[in-house]
Write a protein that binds this ligand. Structure first.
Ligand SMILES: [Zn+2]
Length: 119
């Protein structure tokens, strides 16, 4: 089995979990399925592709590292694999845009950053 790249663990990829019992998929790692309670979720590699569900421009950054970037855009993306995640994105993004994540440096850490692909 190939290793799954997970940016929260220093990799350049997005990992998610899926239920082996029902078809639920979710982002934050947990020990059971939030939909049916199955105790054996599987971790998978996401493609990084999805659709913008919501967007919010942040003018007042919550941390010192982010203050250098402000104003910046946070997007809520519906990943093609069926889970939803929040991440930084191109300020020009709008709801319904097709996007793909690339990885950028933020304070020495690689973070996902969504950019528009095709409409
Ligand atoms: Zn389930």
């Amino acid at each position: 089995m190939t290793a799954i790249a997970d940016w929260t663990r220093g990799g350049t990829g997005i990992a998610y979990q899926a239920c082996a019992s029902c078809k639920a998929a979710w982002y934050f790692q947990r020990g059971f399925c939030p939909a049916c309670g199955n105790g054996n979720p599987v971790t998978r590699q996401a493609s990084g592709a999805g659709t913008v569900h919501a967007r919010t421009s942040v003018a007042r950054a919550p941390t010192e590292e982010l203050r250098a970037l402000a104003p910046y855009l946070i997007v809520l993306v519906d990943a093609d694999e069926g889970f939803r995640l929040m991440a930084h994105g191109d300020p020009a993004l709008g709801i319904g845009d097709r996007v793909r994540a690339r990885f950028v440096d933020l304070a020495g850490k690689k973070i996902p950053y969504f950019e528009r692909t095709t409409r």
